[in-house]
Design a protein around this ligand. Structure first.
Ligand code: PGA
Length: 255
């Protein structure tokens, strides 16, 4: 049985003071939901607010993560954050989000290096894959997503692979209010994500890895995603900044 995982990707939002306010508004509800053991709840604030958020939830089962890391362990890399620095504060790290691929030049190769750096630090990666609109319209979804999966998991051992969370986020659905359909996302996850894991490793691994859907997830549409057999939770952007919405999405995962 895969336990669903709902992660809030705050992106570049919330000062420390704002983060404190948001967490205070949802902490009790999220803690209760996480305590059922039926959902893993993860908050991924910007780097500057992680310590504050981690402090606020340290007495709860709510988990904390970062939105990025750099693969080198330390050194002259101005502006970058190493896995050991994240490891002091949280257990998860989002890797290869489409906004990082699009605006910051991340490639399948850099994603792979970052996953390895996270695993070496025992951080749990949430690895994002997904096709853009042009690729979707050209019927390339399967090829693009399976290619991203192969790139991300290159030379990752099976036991490590089983602990990685994959987020299927069609780029055209992110922040647009136009979510994929539940069945449509399920097809891509079953074939391009679990299918590729089965090819790279084996069926047991393909069935062990937790796969989230992401892209305009809201309390209104979330039930459709969580009803799908291959979808194990959600990576939530905009709705994770609204306490009531994020709690409602986490509650839907418990049902
Ligand atoms: P969204 O973002 O929920 O605002 O569409 C999701 C994401 O980018 O992870």
């Amino acid at each position: 049985m895969r336990i669903p995982i709902v992660a809030g990707n705050w992106k570049m939002n919330k000062t420390i003071a704002e983060a404190r306010e948001l967490v205070s508004a949802m902490k009790n509800d999220l803690a209760q939901l996480a305590a059922t053991g039926k959902v893993t709840v993860v908050l991924c604030p910007p780097f500057t607010a992680i310590e504050q958020v981690a402090g606020l939830v340290h007495d709860t089962p709510i988990k904390v993560g970062a939105q990025n890391l750099f693969w080198e362990p330390k050194g002259a890399f101005t502006g970058e954050i190493a896995s050991a620095m994240i490891g002091e504060l949280g257990e998860y790290v989002i890797i290869g989000h489409s906004e990082r691929r699009q605006y910051f030049g991340e490639t399948d190769e850099s994603v792979n290096k970052k996953i390895k750096a996270a695993l070496a630090q025992r951080l749990q990666p949430i690895v994002c894959v997904g096709e853009n609109l042009a690729q979707n319209e050209a019927g390339q979804t399967q090829t693009v997503v399976s290619g991203q999966m192969r790139g991300a998991f290159k030379d990752i051992a099976r036991d490590d692979a089983r602990g990685i969370v994959v987020a299927y986020e069609p780029v055209w659905a992110i922040g647009t209010g136009k979510a994929a359909s539940g069945p449509g996302a399920n097809v891509v996850i079953a074939s391009a994500i679990r299918g590729t894991l089965a090819e790279l490793y084996d069926d047991a691994t393909a069935q062990t890895v937790r796969v989230q859907y992401g892209g305009s997830v809201s309390p209104k549409n979330v039930a459709e995603f969580f009803a799908q057999p291959d979808i194990d939770g959600a990576l939530v952007g905009g709705a994770s900044l609204v306490a009531g919405d994020f709690v409602a999405i986490c509650r839907a995962a418990v049902k």
